[in-house]
Write a protein that binds this ligand. Structure first.
Ligand code: HEC
Ligand code: HEC
Length: 467
């Protein structure tokens, strides 16, 4: 089979995606999904190597685009030859990437060298960590969702630097920094395959219309029975993580890579959240635990060595957060996924219910909050009338931009006029503005903190820092 280069997406290169979420495995065959919760250390190590040192995709851009990208910036850049360190820092800043905490040829986490577009020569490719690698307070972490990423700018600039025109994209890749539309990318890739995964020339009309999303932290996966924001996929599914390979791999190649993805999953299950680095007031934390027990445990579970996670999927009319992610996953897309090799072992649940209440381990480090990243701090999440309708994202994840009282990133609330002016002045700066009026970006719902007193709320936040 001759793999196609996707051009209906922006993202030929972007064979990322993965994501057609689904769930509950009505067709789980005993044995096949079993045993991954406590992976063996050699599998973890193989998975770490495969994910961080090797990569899976052919390179789509030539190596030289890294230095050429600066041509498309509206600010002067250090010379990549004379000042490679300065250039690397500016490159990361520009696209919201982070230093790699593993050997990566001087490239930021999420970009890697691989075999080039013209066969043997080296070239550049993105990998899982472009979205699933983040930093906070100057430390990079594999598995922390990248809340700074400007995926569209990265893909478009690298493609332009190749002298190519990015293909027309029929959907929003990201309207601001941090969110990305991994779901619609995966849906687009799958629509170009028949049920036997042979390549189609014209996409199947699957009707999916997914919105941009905040990338979830990987360290939650080990607590989950079901995964993705809607909890419709068995958390043990390995094949679901391989959807991004659909940009170039045949069914036989996918089958051959499944063991490596089993190892990658083992590595993901071994990840732990970073600890809160500032002082925590023990008395307030203990009072906060009582508030948490009364108001939050039934959905979010308990923490510590005996912690139990109830894996609750909360109906949309109860949770009240933005419905676009839930409704955007069409029945036809789910049926198509389930009819392919991806659905053979574990099927995506055909019934949409609501959103899964996530575990809150490491929640201090994962702002902005909710599945669409529409709320900048824990304090705003727990007092819904104070949530800003339009707010700025920080220029970096350095602690100077971190708000340890509200817990999350410092922000400025903007008026519609200020947003319009900023868009006119510089599209680059406008990328730092989250507008919750956009499709899929509503900051509604989850009003479980509204009736707390301010003292209870602050105690609760102190407790959340300790998770
Ligand atoms: C373009 C950004 C992007 C890339 C690249 C990406 N992901 Fe994701 N990933 C996401 C987003 C966004 C979600 C949430 C999707 C949802 O629930 O709708 C997600 C969800 C997940 C989840 C489920 C987490 C949970 O707790 O529910 C896993 C596991 C995962 N991705 C693994 C991977 C692997 C492995 C790769 C590389 C092969 C990868 N991802 C590449 C953006 C990305
Ligand atoms: C009825 C169930 C329910 C209750 C009660 C509840 N939550 Fe949630 N919570 C959810 C669901 C569902 C989500 C995901 C919603 C979404 O992303 O659209 C969520 C999301 C969150 C998030 C965002 C996590 C992230 O990484 O974006 C935080 C923080 C949170 N809840 C804290 C709390 C606290 C603190 C309480 C107690 C005051 C609480 N919740 C009570 C169901 C609940």
């Amino acid at each position: 089979m001759k793999p196609i280069r996707l051009s209906i997406l922006t993202l030929a290169s972007l064979a990322i995606g993965l994501v057609v979420r689904g769930v509950v495995s009505r067709t789980v065959r005993a044995g096949e999904l079993a045993g991954v919760r406590k992976p063996d250390p050699t599998a973890i190590e193989r998975g770490r190597r495969a994910l961080t040192l090797e990569g899976f995709l052919k390179a789509d851009w030539s190596e030289s685009v890294y230095a050429k990208a600066a041509r498309f910036w509206d600010q002067p850049a250090p010379d990549p030859e004379r000042d490679p360190t300065g250039y690397a820092a500016r490159f990361r800043e520009r696209y919201g990437l982070h230093p790699a905490p593993f050997p990566n040829d001087g490239l930021p986490m999420g970009l890697r060298l691989g075999r080039g577009p013209d066969g043997g020569k080296k070239g550049l490719q993105i990998d899982c960590m472009v979205c699933h690698g983040g930093s906070i307070g100057g430390q990079s972490y594999v598995g922390l969702g990248n809340s700074q990423l400007d995926l569209k700018a990265l893909l478009f600039d690298l493609t332009h630097a190749m002298g190519r025109r990015p293909p027309f994209s029929t959907f929003v890749i990201n309207s601001a920094r941090g969110t990305n539309n991994a779901g619609q990318i995966a849906a687009a890739l799958l629509s170009l395959r028949n049920p036997d995964l042979s390549v189609r020339s014209f996409p199947l009309p699957l009707g999916a219309n997914l919105p941009e999303l905040d990338t979830p932290a990987w360290w939650h996966l080990k607590r989950k029975k079901t995964m993705y924001y809607d909890g419709r996929t068995d958390a043990r599914s390995v094949r679901t993580n391989m959807q991004f390979l659909l940009g170039e791999k045949s069914l036989d190649q996918l089958k051959a890579l499944e063991p490596a993805f089993r190892d990658v999953q083992a590595y993901i299950l071994s990840l732990e959240p970073p600890r809160y680095p500032f002082p925590i007031d023990a008395a307030r934390r203990d009072r906060g635990l009582a508030v948490f027990t009364k108001h939050c445990v039934r959905c979010h579970g308990t923490y510590g060595p005996q912690g139990e996670y109830p894996n609750q999927i909360i109906p949309l009319d109860v949770i009240g957060t933005d419905p676009a992610r839930l409704h955007g996953l069409s029945d036809r897309l789910v049926a198509h996924y389930n009819a392919t090799w991806f659905g053979e072992v574990s099927q995506v649940d055909s019934v949409p219910t609501g959103y899964q209440a996530p575990p809150l381990d490491g929640v201090w480090a994962t702002a902005p909050y909710l599945h669409n990243g529409s709320v900048p701090t824990l304090h705003a999440l727990l007092d819904s009338k104070t949530r800003p309708a339009r707010f700025t994202r920080p220029p970096s994840t350095s602690f100077e931009h971190y708000d340890a009282r509200q817990v999350g990133w410092k922000y400025t609330e903007l008026s519609p006029d200020q947003v319009a002016q900023s868009r006119k002045r510089s599209p680059f700066q406008a990328g730092f503005i989250v507008d919750t009026g956009r499709q899929g970006m509503a900051n509604s719902g989850h009003r479980f903190g509204d009736r707390l007193t301010e003292a209870e709320r602050l105690d609760l936040i102190e407790y959340l820092k300790s998770l």
